[in-house]
Design a protein around this ligand. Structure first.
Ligand code: SF4
Length: 382
């Protein structure tokens, strides 16, 4: 059986090479070819002995996902739609900023958590992605961006597991994928620059702290259980108090000294001054005050099935000010890629209706790539 080497972290690749009768340093060479140079053809790997290349050709491949559409926003944001088979599609988004290039990566086709404000949640759950499918998103994007920006150095400086899916409900595939991202022979990203975003799978937060403690973001979205039960149904299983306890335990292992709370601003639902004040009381702890967390206020991206609307800017600013006055570092997320539906919560916009996904993918194939000059404005890692 042909194995896809994108499915392996370095340890897995070493075990595979061992089965081929090859030494560990060969696995390191191979890993660097795949992830640092973006190679997919074994004949390109000129420092590998021909006998090894022949063995690899007979038993392995480096097979990325098929891109079915690419959209480039006027602000430089790029969204790719990947076909993962069975009528399922996932999305990956590259967000360039002055001092960084962030890739938003999906972990599942669909999502079972069913948050009310999330179009992926409304789509339902299809399946977990494999490690190779998670890694492929970074492998493809880094290769693509370097080629089109005519750069040799790394373009993607940050990865956020904030695309489609709840990453901690696909734990077995997630951990090797994170290791590929962090490995100095792979993408060499620091643990501070890789963020797992979770809706609050408490036992898995504890496991992540031990297995691969990267930066953590928690989708909070409500200051009390009654409201959060409604917005994030997983809260009924892991209520806020348990979630916050898990966050404090995580901080003992985290690469940053804070947890980021994501808070989607929903008009008249969770965006009132009393909600902000309730949040302050919720996160305030003895000895630490509120300095252990940051808030990221996210403008909601409306979609018809949600029945929800975006909070007015003035409401978001007022909310932010109340948190800020309590000493909580609060940012309001800029909307990016609005013209291509790339913002969070819209990742599944084109694939909500799974019965029509094949038809939609077929339509998406006709999307034209913009000329290479369009990338001139895309800043990369400083
Ligand atoms: S917000 Fe995240 S966890 Fe909630 S339904 Fe959407 S993808 Fe799933």
């Amino acid at each position: 059986m042909t194995v896809n080497l994108l499915d392996y972290d370095l340890e897995g690749l070493a075990a595979f090479c061992d089965r081929l009768g090859e030494k560990r340093f060969r696995a390191t060479q191979l890993f660097r070819w795949i992830h640092q140079k973006g190679a997919s053809n074994f004949d390109e790997m000129t420092d590998l002995a021909k006998a090894l290349r022949d063995k690899l050709k007979a038993s392995a491949c480096v097979q990325g996902l098929e891109v079915t559409a690419q959209h480039i926003s006027s602000d430089g944001t790029i969204k790719w739609l990947f076909d993962v088979g069975g009528g399922n599609a996932i999305e990956t988004v590259f967000i360039p900023e002055d001092d960084r290039g962030t890739l938003c990566v999906s972990s599942q086709a669909g999502c079972a958590v069913a948050c009310r404000f999330c179009s992926t949640g409304h789509q339902g759950f299809s399946r977990n992605l494999t490690t190779g499918e998670i890694v492929s998103q970074l492998w493809f994007a880094e290769r693509f961006l370097r080629q089109h920006l005519v750069r040799q150095d790394r373009v993607i400086s940050n990865v956020v597991m904030m695309g489609m899916g709840e990453p901690l409900q696909n734990y077995a595939a997630l951990i090797p994928a994170l290791r590929v991202m962090l490995d100095d022979h792979g993408y060499g990203l620091s643990r501070r620059r890789v963020t797992v975003s979770t809706s609050g799978v408490v036992p898995m937060i504890d496991r992540l702290a031990v297995d691969c403690p990267v930066a953590l973001a928690v989708s909070l979205h409500a200051p009390n259980d009654a409201l959060r039960d409604n917005l994030v149904p997983l809260n009924r299983k892991y209520p806020i108090a348990e979630l916050l306890d898990a966050c404090h335990r995580y901080l003992e292992h985290a690469p940053r000294d804070f947890i980021t709370f994501e808070y989607c601003m929903l008009d008249g639902v969770n965006d009132q001054p009393e909600h902000a004040r309730e949040l302050i009381e919720l996160v305030r702890v003895r000895n630490k005050g509120t300095a252990w967390c940051k808030f990221n206020l996210i403008p909601f991206n409306p979609f018809p099935a949600s029945g929800l609307t975006r909070s007015p800017s003035a409401q978001v600013i007022a909310f932010s000010r109340i948190l800020g006055e309590a000493g909580i570092v609060t940012t309001i997320r800029k909307t990016r890629g609005d013209d291509i539906d790339a913002a969070c919560g819209q990742l599944a916009g084109d694939v909500q209706d799974r019965t029509r996904v094949g038809e939609r993918i077929a339509q998406q194939r006709t999307v034209m790539l913009r000329p290479v000059a369009a990338f001139d404005t895309v800043p990369g890692k400083s």
